[in-house]
Design a protein around this ligand. Structure first.
Ligand SMILES: [Zn+2]
Length: 74
């Protein structure tokens, strides 16, 4: 699940939130509860280590267990 970085424009606090990309996004509130929040570009989310791994490209956590012809065998 990607982590996004947000900044509250009201109290100028930066914070991170884990969000599912497939779920509808409810309003993000800062730790204090302000709703005037902007999303920042997160280095962590941009690199996306886990998502970029060929082992998870086919949805199988174990390489080789998904049958031939899958990208995880290369
Ligand atoms: Zn705030």
């Amino acid at each position: 699940m990607p982590v996004y970085e947000y900044r509250c424009k009201t109290c100028d606090t930066s914070f991170e939130e884990r969000r599912s990309a497939t779920e509808a996004s409810p309003a993000v509130l800062c730790p204090v509860g302000h709703s005037d929040v902007v999303k920042l570009i997160s280095m962590f989310a941009a690199t996306g280590r886990a998502e970029a791994s060929p082992m998870t490209a086919c949805g199988s956590p174990v390489p080789g267990s998904c049958g031939g012809g899958c990208a995880c065998h290369s």
